[in-house]
Design a protein around this ligand. Sequence first.
Ligand code: PLP
Length: 384
Amino acid sequence: MIPYGCQDVDDSDLEAVVTALKSDFLTQGPRVPEFENAVSGYCSAQFATAVNSATSALHIACLALDVGPADLVWTSPISFVASANCALYCGAKVDFVDVDPTTGNMSVSALAEKLARAKSENALPKVVIPVHLCGESCDMAGIGRLAKSYGFRVIEDASHAIGATCGSRAVGACEHSDIVVFSFHPVKIITSAEGGMVVTNDADLHSKLQMLRSHGVTRDPDLMAWPADGPWSYQQVSLGFNYRLTDLQAALGTSQLKRISHFIDRRHELADRYDELLGNMEVQPLLRNQFGQSSLHLYVVLLDDGFVPSRRQVFEKMRSGGVGVNIHYIPIHTQPYYQELGFSVGMFPGSEAYYARAITLPLHPKLSLEDQNRVVELLGEALN
Ligand SMILES: *Cc1c(COP(=O)(O)O)cnc(C)c1O
């Protein structure tokens, strides 16, 4: 099966991990701050906190912004469930903002309309979490303007988007947001096996995030509730978790980050080649590079109207032909758990229209041109 996504681990990565394994530190040690500095430097953010997944990153990002049971958090229905679950972990209520069906990204006009309505009902969100689907930045300047005028905070779920840009800045620079979250799951742009990162330019948020990652415990006298009992002292000042990344994972992440521009370039070459090869077929690639350069985590095509009813057959033909096509994503509000919470099919028509047409074709740095040709050939057959 040609996978839709796949890590690219080379000898330099292996060497970095083995060196870490032979060192004094297996769990969080010196390689974690090294990885944090490498990521914050790469995306021009001031601070970074490495954690064991982007799911954990989203959770502590919400907590650092004081999301609690009285609060509302809005995100995109077209995302992995973790983008919404993080608010539920904090006891908050979740709602969704519909997407632009041509990109799958949160629609700024849908957000503006929903905010105007919410204001009149006194039900404004505390936090909005836009998701950079496939590595394509949302219109962050537009979302940032609304954040200022309505007074909500912004967490960018950039799980797909390390290496992407927004305007003239890297995604992660937090130009229009409070916090940006990255994922290093193996199918993402770079990997640390499991892993995530929370970046911010706000020193107070950063210090909360560092504490929440590790039990809410601090050894820094400045952060303690009262003077230390002695030089051995640590104090628990909030309810944190064990969300730490290991030094082995940090070593892998730092090593992978050194090759990120190669990964992104290769993804762009392959995506441009798909655009060309698919030129005459009844599919449209998602619009990209609208507000900056996409990191191209995923290559999604939308089936032309006439083929929407037969998406399942297209999917099955390609899978049985050895092509690991996928669907990103089933709208979160249609999941059984979310239907239990009161959501139902029909509530976010842009998202449902996008979902009905979308198919993800394989794209990753190790995809060979022969395999890519095979994907295109099978898609052509499936559409005939
Ligand atoms: C992968 C992903 C996550 C979760 O990442 P993990 O590191 O696996 O926890 C969250 N949001 C989006 C959009 C993702 O694609």
